[in-house]
Design a protein. Structure first.
Length: 279
C-alpha cells in the first residue's frame, strides 16, 4: 500500500444492449481520465441492464465477445488507467444452466483482465410498493470471494446485494483489501432507506475505503435505480457522493495511509473469537 490515488466513480443509466451501454459509458470514462483519475469504477450492469428475460437472453453473449467488455478493455489501454467494470451481464457458461453471470472485472492499463468476480448473493424480493424481483431466475451466483492487487493496495470485489452480508466484507479485509468496490444497481425504495447506511457500516467494520459506483434513474426495462454513487473513508466518513440519479462522475482522492490509521485505532479485524451458536 503506498501513497494517494485519484479515483472516479462513473454513475450511469445503462441502456438495454451492450453496444448502447458502451456508447453511454465511454464519454464519462474519458472525462474521468482527462480529469486525472488513475482508477475509474463503473456500476453493476455496466454493459447492459435488461430484466425482461426474453430480451436479456437475446442481448447477452460470452465475456470475450461482449461489445462493451471489449470496448472498455480497449479504452483502459488507450487511456492508461485501471478500470473496474463494476459488472457485466454475460453468459455464465454453466453446464445445463441458461442463467447469466453478473461478473465484475478489473482491467489494468494494458487492457488485460487481472481479476474476475461473479456476484455471490442474488436478490429475490417482494417490495412493499408491489415490485417483485427475482434475480435468481436470471443470474447464476458465484461461489468464491475475490481480492485483486492494484498499485495502491488490494481491492476487494463485491456487487450490489453483497453489501448486506458483513461477513463477506470482513473476509475481504482480512485478506488484505484496503479498498472494497460496491458497484450497484440498487432499487429506489431500498436505496433511499439503506444505501448510505450500509456503505458506511461496511467501511467502519473493515477499516477500508468503500467505493460504490451506481446506476441511477428510470431504465429502458422499467426498473428505477437509486444512484447516489458514494466514496466512504475507512473511518466511515463520506468523502464524495452524487446527490441525484443522473449520469455523472464522482471524484475523490484516497489517502491510503488512512486505512492503517483506522485499523490501528480500532483493531477489530484481529479480535475474532470462536463461539458457540445460540441454543
Amino acid at each position: 500500500m503506498s501513497g494517494g490515488i485519484d479515483i472516479a466513480l462513473v454513475q450511469t443509466r445503462t441502456p438495454a444492449t451492450a453496444a448502447a451501454g458502451l456508447a453511454h459509458v465511454e464519454p464519462l470514462i474519458r472525462e474521468a481520465a482527462s480529469g486525472g483519475a488513475r482508477f475509474v469504477l463503473t456500476p453493476e450492469g455496466a454493459n447492459l441492464l435488461e430484466q425482461r428475460r426474453d430480451r436479456r437472453d437475446a442481448a447477452i453473449t460470452d465475456e470475450d465477445r461482449d461489445a462493451a467488455v471489449l470496448g472498455l478493455r480497449r479504452l483502459a489501454a488507450e487511456l492508461g488507467v485501471w478500470l473496474l467494470i463494476g459488472s457485466a451481464i454475460v453468459r455464465s457458461g454453466g453446464v445445463g444452466d441458461a442463467r447469466a453471470a453478473n461478473r465484475s472485472m478489473l482491467v489494468d492499463p494494458s487492457g488485460a483482465i487481472t481479476a474476475r468476480y461473479d456476484k455471490l448473493h442474488v436478490f429475490d424480493v417482494d417490495l412493499p410498493n408491489g415490485e417483485r424481483y427475482r434475480e435468481s431466475a436470471a443470474v447464476r451466483p458465484g461461489d468464491a470471494a475475490a481480492v485483486a492487487d492494484t498499485p495502491w493496495g488490494r481491492l476487494g470485489l463485491t456487487i450490489c446485494y453483497d453489501i448486506r452480508f458483513p461477513h463477506l466484507h470482513r473476509e475481504l479485509a482480512k485478506a488484505g483489501a484496503s479498498m472494497i468496490a460496491v458497484p450497484a444497481a440498487f432499487t429506489a425504495p431500498t436505496g433511499e432507506a439503506h444505501w448510505e447506511t450500509l456503505l458506511r457500516a461496511r467501511a467502519i467494520e473493515t477499516g477500508a475505503y468503500v467505493l460504490a459506483p451506481a446506476q441511477g434513474g428510470l431504465h429502458e426495462d422499467g426498473r428505477r435505480t437509486w444512484g447516489r454513487s458514494t466514496v466512504v473513508g475507512p473511518w466511515g466518513e463520506v468523502i464524495a457522493r452524487a446527490d441525484h440519479d443522473d449520469p455523472c462522475i464522482v471524484r475523490a482522492k484516497l489517502d491510503m495511509e488512512a486505512v492503517a490509521r483506522a485499523r490501528a485505532a480500532i483493531p477489530a479485524l484481529t479480535h475474532d473469537r470462536d463461539f458457540l451458536p445460540p441454543a
